[in-house]
Design a protein around this ligand. Structure first.
Ligand code: GLN
Length: 280
């Protein structure tokens, strides 16, 4: 048995089988089923070398999404680089909750703070072609990635217009007269000393997208405090947060005058999103 066939490479791989298959189909440009139907093809030396490099980098810890430059989120295929947080499945709950909040609102104005890949903003804009969506990030490198995703994934003729991408540290560069119907954010909410920061994929993601270098709530405090002057009457704020932060975030929302303050559980049963409505 030749060692440089897909079947042999997958058998010998130190990686979890699914990851090895993802890297191999990426290198070969094949569909997953071709790994079976063409499992005994002998690969050329260049493809073999490319695969072996990616396999070694993955074995050393680099995230699969960064190695293949892509991650699926809300059914859309997002470009991913080391400059942005890798979209997570639990964040789809934030998109779903936002879409529910804007039901019945025509041409809703939506603001995404700390957009990163643009995943949240682009997913909302793709589901609501009439929405006017603004996406902000303080990282210029992230805005490059978000722009690429928005351009590739959104219909250029959508009635809501192109995604507005702007460099801003939270609300800092937003014109104070501008109002939104919905504000969403998946901010850095991991506390600076949390051991997860030095484990797994997180080691390779931008630290500024993960932690506030404080207690994990400082970005959320800024977002909540600034929301009342950015939301329209009856506007909704929705924030993703850590597994143990729901109570603290609900308290911040209530203290800021939000009503209908609630949390939503992710698929693992963890309260992952909290939000509220600004009274009319
Ligand atoms: N959900 C991410 C994690 O725990 C953290 C993302 C964030 O801080 N917004 O891996």
């Amino acid at each position: 048995m030749s060692p440089d066939t897909p079947a042999a490479l997958l058998r010998a791989s130190p990686l979890p089988p699914l990851e090895a298959r993802i890297l191999l189909t990426h290198v070969l440009g094949w569909r997953r089923t071709e790994l079976i139907t063409r499992g005994d093809d002998v690969l050329d030396a260049a493809a073999l070398a490319r695969y072996q490099t990616l396999e070694a980098r993955r074995a050393a810890g680099e995230p699969v999404a960064q190695l293949i430059g892509a991650r699926e989120f809300f059914g859309l295929d997002f470009d991913v680089t080391p400059d942005v947080l890798i979209p997570r499945p639990e964040t789809e709950l934030l998109v779903e909750t936002a879409l529910t909040a804007m039901e019945g609102v025509s041409r809703p104005r939506v603001l995404d703070l700390g957009t990163g890949t643009g995943a949240i903003a682009v997913a909302i804009a793709s589901m609501r072609p009439d929405a006017q969506v603004w996406a902000l990030d303080r990282s210029v490198e992230a805005l490059v990635v978000a722009t690429r995703n928005a351009t590739r994934l959104l219909d250029a003729r959508r009635p809501g217009g192109a995604l507005v991408l702007m460099q801003s540290n939270w609300y800092d560069t937003l014109d104070t007269t501008r109002r939104f119907d919905v504000i969403v954010s998946n901010p850095p909410y991991i506390a600076s000393g949390d051991p997860h920061l030095s484990e797994g994929d997180l080691r390779f993601e931008p630290r500024g997208a993960l932690t506030d270098e404080a207690d994990g709530l400082s970005a959320i405090r800024i977002i909540v405090a600034g929301a009342p002057t950015r939301l329209s009457a009856n506007g909704v704020l929705l924030i993703e947060h850590g597994y143990d932060q729901a109570e603290a975030v609900r308290a911040l929302l209530s203290a800021q005058g939000f009503v209908e303050v609630h949390s939503e559980q992710d698929l693992a049963g963890i309260e992952r999103i909290s939000g509220g409505r600004l009274p009319g």
